[in-house]
Design a protein around this ligand. Structure first.
Ligand code: GLN
Length: 501
């Protein structure tokens, strides 16, 4: 298997891909216990400076020992058996709290485990903890969670991106080799870009959403962050597939993504998105990264052509009508009765039901979540539905058609992930529109339901990570992963761990 050919010293556990670690654990060269203990030591050392986790698993070493036994007896054969992993705190886990970064769910223990997480557990991965996020995944900076902000390991004064910022920061700081996140409008890809790691948002429906706490159900998708592209492939292989508990999960047979990483790039057509590159707000170093990727792809034998996504300027407004509209419905379940935080009368005495619900929601949700609920409720209300929600659905169709037309000409699309590298903590918190505009390049893939991958492209002069984005047609993950893998093999970027100083 191509993914297993890298020769690295076992002395440097964190320089190795999760697939390499899995192979070495399987061969008995190192135990899952040793690898897990290494990462737990890293967490103990670096977590105070980064704040990537909401909760740590205190049974990780025991789980690793069990994995070692099962591997030794031949019961576990997955490529990632025994490898540590972190889980975004939006995915339900029966063994650890699931807070969604919200006061509303501060005390919440899910009675079941999300299908994607269960598949990882069944494959022998070792969950080391749950990672920090923006409250209910609404945001792009991992500052609005109940437990406070995550710091970018490359510059602690900057955000790690969001909403899966804890997942990306944990990787960049060398605290895990693999992180599971979710992406509704860019929440895997944007933090991956800000922290210098790879991130994959698969096709809508490729991974079951059962047990992923809903934000915007027609856009939400579970994804992976990792230092190495092969690890995105291996984890997708484990998590993908139909699940009778999620009617939107796709019936297609799961592909052996790892086995396809070496398929030739020669002869592929890659489209550079004109509207993304021409945006005057695009940082010059990021634009340069896209140009370097273009050249690297040409060296691999790809043909570069220019393509247009004419409705690009409507993507952010469309997303910010549809996502809050769905959120306003999904979050109506948090009423102080069924789930989570409950605020009775002022003195703690019983209050009328409607007053109790109102108090619970007012105090349980933070300002950004309340803003989205109000926006969404307004967009769906009688008299405004046609003007906002229905119109947004129509524009969503046009955006999807733009992608469809582009993929008639090319195999893949190349462009930026974000307009700028990581911004400062607190910089955009008081200006939601500025925060939303960060999502310009990422929301299109969610609106169209297609897969998209964020790939590191080096660092700028200030030492901040840069990134490029590859997007493919629905269910085109194998191609997306193989092109990204070969760019990585060609030294387009080298995975690096931050010092966190
Ligand atoms: N930044 C976007 C938002 O705030 C995307 C979030 C996400 O993908 N979960 O909605």
């Amino acid at each position: 298997m191509a993914a297993c050919c890298r020769k690295l010293s076992i002395m440097n556990i964190e320089e190795q891909s999760a697939v390499d670690l899995g192979r070495r654990i399987a061969s008995g060269e190192v135990s899952s216990r040793e690898v897990t203990q290494h990462y737990l030591d890293r967490i103990a050392e670096r977590e105070p400076a980064v704040a990537a986790f909401t909760n740590l698993a205190d049974d990780a070493v025991t789980t690793a020992e069990q994995a070692d036994q099962q591997i030794a007896s031949g019961q576990l054969r997955s490529p990632l058996a025994g490898v540590p992993v972190s889980i975004k705190d939006l995915l339900c886990t029966a063994s650890l709290p699931t807070t969604c970064g919200s006061r509303m769910l501060r005390e919440f223990h899910a009675p079941y485990t999300a299908t994607a997480v269960q598949k990882l557990l069944d494959a022998g991965l070792v969950v080391v903890g749950k990672t920090n996020m923006d409250e209910f995944a609404m945001g792009g900076s991992t500052e609005t969670g109940d437990g406070g902000a995550t710091h970018n390991p490359w510059d602690r004064q900057r955000t790690a991106g969001g909403s899966s910022g804890g997942a990306a920061a944990a990787l960049a700081a060398g605290m895990v080799p693999l992180s599971i996140g979710s992406d509704t409008g860019g929440s895997v890809r944007q933090p991956a870009a800000f922290c210098g790691v790879c991130g994959l948002k698969p096709t809508y429906g490729r991974i079951s959403r059962y047990g992923l706490v809903a934000f915007a159900s027609s856009l939400d998708q579970i994804g992976t962050l990792a230092h190495y592209v092969e690890d995105l492939a291996a984890s997708l292989q484990i998590m993908a597939g139909h699940d009778p508990r999620d009617s939107t999960s796709l019936p297609d047979p799961t592909t052996e993504y790892l086995a396809h990483l070496d398929q030739p790039v020669q002869g592929l057509k890659v489209g550079v998105i004109r509207e993304h590159i021409d945006n005057p707000g695009l940082d010059a170093d990021i634009r340069d990264g896209v140009i370097r990727a273009q050249q690297a792809l040409q060296e691999l034998g790809a043909e570069i052509v220019e393509v247009h996504l004419p409705h690009t300027s409507h993507a952010v407004p469309t997303y910010y009508v549809i996502a809050p509209s769905e959120a306003s419905g999904n979050l109506s379940r948090y009423d102080g009765v069924h789930y989570g935080f409950r605020q009775l009368g002022d003195s703690g005495a019983a209050a009328p039901l409607d007053a109790m619900i109102s108090r619970s929601r007012s105090q349980g949700f933070g300002p950004e979540v309340k803003r989205r609920i109000m926006l969404g409720t307004f967009a769906l209300s009688a008299g405004y539905y046609d003007a906002y929600y229905k119109k947004a659905l129509q524009v969503r169709r046009l955006i999807a058609q733009d992608y469809g037309a582009a993929f008639e000409q090319v195999d893949l699309l190349l462009g930026p992930v974000t307009p700028t590298p990581a911004f400062g903590l607190g910089e955009k918190l008081d200006d939601p529109v500025q925060m939303y505009l960060q999502d310009l390049y990422t929301v299109g893939a969610n609106l169209a339901g297609i897969p998209a991958l964020s790939l590191p492209a080096g660092f700028n002069e200030q030492g901040l990570p840069l990134a490029i984005q590859l997007q493919g047609p629905a269910l085109g993950e194998a191609r997306l992963l193989s092109v990204a893998y070969q760019l990585q093999q060609q030294h387009f970027f080298e995975p690096r761990i931050a010092e966190c100083s």
